[in-house]
Design a protein around this ligand. Sequence first.
Ligand SMILES: [Zn+2]
Ligand SMILES: [Zn+2]
Length: 320
Amino acid sequence: MNKNEIRKHYFQDKYVIISPKRAKRPQRLDTREQNQKTGKKCDFCPGGHVKKIYDLKDDAGNWDIRVVKNIFPALSLDNKYAYGKQEVIIESPDHDKEIYEFPVSHIKKILDVYSERYESLIKLDKIRYVLVFKNEGGKSGESLQHAHSQVIALPMIPPMIREEILAIDDYMMAKESCPYCDILRQESNSPRVAWEDEHIFALCPFASEYPYGVWFIPKRHVRSLHDMNQAEKESLAHAMQYIIGKLEALNLSYNYFFHNSIEGADHHMILKLTPRPNIWAGVELGTGIIINTVPPEDAAKFYRKGNKNISKVKRIKVKA
Ligand SMILES: [Zn+2]
Ligand SMILES: [Zn+2]
């Protein structure tokens, strides 16, 4: 079988992408030392072999952030059986830096590129959903070490997302307010606050499925990164730098992803960070009930430790 194909489960609302070519994608190297020993050139470094989409240049004219085609895509625009698009965002020319090691100004630039790629891909014909995400570390699905994020454009709204959208719509109908705006109010001053400033609230959710999981919620009801102003994006960059930097000390693999409002709806954008220390086993896979060994209150305490600014935050009233 040479062609990739999206297939739907017989009777459940589940999809699978059959993609034989993906077996050829590079395996993740376990450590930086190992990577250096191989002496193999990294394609995400300057001069690497990539299919460039565009470069964001620095003042000296060198690329700062680079958007490239995914060389081993499961989906492509020229395959009607596995239609979609995948891109890779190389976050820096520096091979050894992780996202939390970049200055806030550079992380903000990465957010601008996320926003630009989202807005560009969501406009493509027959594309219904676009996810911007990052895989970092061995258990998260990452296959290359050089700091990068990814974008996938899908021809359907994934069932998991649709389920969440329906729940949000039900909530909004019943309460005439946004669930995330309400969470901001309810959790303000709770022991689950991981980080906070005037614009961004970082929360270890009450029923977190992931140990040390964090939701980054903009305090203003925005639909996407595109709706955020410069100060809000800078706050988000700061929050990400701080929280991911803390997480690094635990040496955990993680993913993060942006859930933007779908077209035609007015849902609150949220960035979810999902560390992956636990291997899901029989209970999780057999029932969908996840066992999390770290209470969110303990996780939030871990994140707050050493952050003197958190108690000084000027709490602004959350707008509905
Ligand atoms: Zn590299
Ligand atoms: Zn809201």
